[in-house]
Design a binder for this molecule. Structure first.
Ligand code: HAM
Length: 410
């Protein structure tokens, strides 16, 4: 779990602002959800035999003995809230959320136990147009952030029925290759054979390459949904590859799944991932409602923005107010307020100090201007202005003319 330090917050805020501008541009409304939910919500939604539910949740009994968990992701809570507040009843919804998620994974670069996600979910839309819209949104976000080199992979997982049939074929195939399976895959063979396809173990790649693919066994409606999605993406000039081994680590998906990947973060390649989950609302007790969404890991996006150096330059306040002597300190408060009234930012020296010490602090604050008030200035009603980013001669101006220089420098 990380502390996000002040030196990094400007970049975080740049990403967060880009995200909220994006949501506005596409007409998605923000929903704010609790961080803690009933454990059963996650096991029913994400699946009992997924890594997340089996090994990664922070689960604890509360004082009533109920089992609660810190949310490992946002989709389950979003569906719960939608059912509870009747948001899906004869309505379409486009929602987004942001906040910390928790997974007890082995930490490494790009993988943390508390991490921030932005999630997007849409309810009540059946066709592939909304899948394409959400992928388009992500592509626009990379553009807003100035990022390049992210690659989109898509796949279809079909309906629950065709997945059941496919699962049988897959189990038969892996049973026939039992001797080639690693320990993880043997365990998955019993419980969640589709996840074997997702194995990161290079020794598994040969046996996985020969496995039957779900794409060959899709039902005709899922096939047509997928084909229409592909043609909509092509029409929007969004490049993608079809990865038939893309299966995702959460059980609720059906039909479309997608991931944006980077090669800049080592093993943690997925920056953004999601897909359709048409069965989940019903599983959690609501009326059958088509749904599609995705989430992105903000630490990973932060890291790529930093590596590609596309963030804004960090800037300090418009001015630093240097105050020499007790009377200047008292008058300084009023001057600082009048500068803020005019819409500028000012850091007022607090705690005294020599002229030299205060000028050092002014420099460190990255302020554009230093405004000096000492005994001379108090007598004449003037302020000395020094531009900290140019070699221009310092000026002496009357207090009511300071705003001519704030924002412009000398
Ligand atoms: P997910 O693939 O588990 O999907 O997570 C989405 C993204 O969160 C990942 O692509 C990654 O960027 C980030 N992420 C996941 N785990 C970590 C971690 N330990 N540290 C840092 N970043 C991480 C979901 O969570 C689904 N709820 C997405 C979704 C929404 N599907 C439909 N709607």
């Amino acid at each position: 779990m990380n502390d996000l330090l002040p030196a990094d917050t400007a970049l975080w805020q740049f990403i967060e602002k880009s995200v909220s501008d994006l949501m506005k541009a596409y007409g998605y409304s923000e929903i704010r959800l609790p961080i803690v939910e009933q454990t059963a919500l996650f096991s029913r939604a994400i699946g009992d035999v997924t890594d997340i539910v089996e090994k990664e949740m922070y689960t604890f009994p509360d004082r009533n003995g109920d089992s609660l968990s810190l949310r490992p992701e946002g989709t389950a809570g979003c569906v719960r809230a939608g059912i509870e507040h009747g948001l899906f009843h004869n309505q379409q919804q486009r929602l987004w959320y942001t906040g910390p998620m928790f997974r007890h994974e082995r930490p490494q670069k790009g993988r943390y136990r508390q991490f921030y996600q932005v999630g997007v979910e849409a309810y009540g839309f059946e066709g592939p147009d909304i899948d394409a819209e959400q992928i388009q949104m992500t592509a626009r976000l990379w553009k807003l952030l100035g990022l390049t080199g992210l690659q989109l992979e898509i796949n279809s997982l079909g309906t629950a029925d065709c997945r059941r049939l496919y699962r049988k074929l897959l189990v038969d195939y892996y049973e026939s290759k039992r001797a080639m399976l690693d320990e993880d895959s043997l365990r998955r063979l019993e419980r969640n054979p589709l996840r074997i396809l997702d194995s990161k173990n290079p020794d598994m790649s040969a046996v996985n390459a020969g496995a039957p693919t779900l794409m060959e066994h899709l039902d005709s409606e899922s096939r047509s949904h997928f084909d229409r999605l592909c043609s909509q993406l092509s029409a929007c000039n969004i490049e993608f590859t079809v990865n038939q081994r893309l299966v995702r680590g959460l059980d609720y998906y059906s039909r479309t799944v997608f991931e944006w990947k980077t090669d800049q973060l080592g093993a943690q390649a997925a920056v953004c991932a999601g897909g359709r989950y048409d069965g989940l609302v019903e599983i959690l007790g609501g009326r059958s409602t088509p749904a599609v969404g995705f989430a992105m890991g903000l630490e990973r996006i932060f890291e790529i923005v930093r590596l590609q150096n596309t963030g804004p330059e960090t800037t300090g306040p418009d001015a630093y107010l240097v105050l020499i002597g007790e009377k200047a300190e008292r008058d300084g408060q009023l001057l600082a307020e009048s500068i803020r009234d005019a819409g500028y930012s000012v850091l007022m020296n607090c705690g005294g100090g020599s002229l030299k010490a205060q000028m050092k602090r002014a420099d460190r604050s990255k302020a554009r201007l230093a405004l000096l008030i000492g005994e001379d200035e108090l007598e004449t009603g003037m302020v000395t202005i020094k531009d900290l980013r140019s070699n221009a001669e310092q000026l002496s101006v009357s207090q009511d003319r300071i705003s001519d220089y704030l924002g412009n420098g000398i």
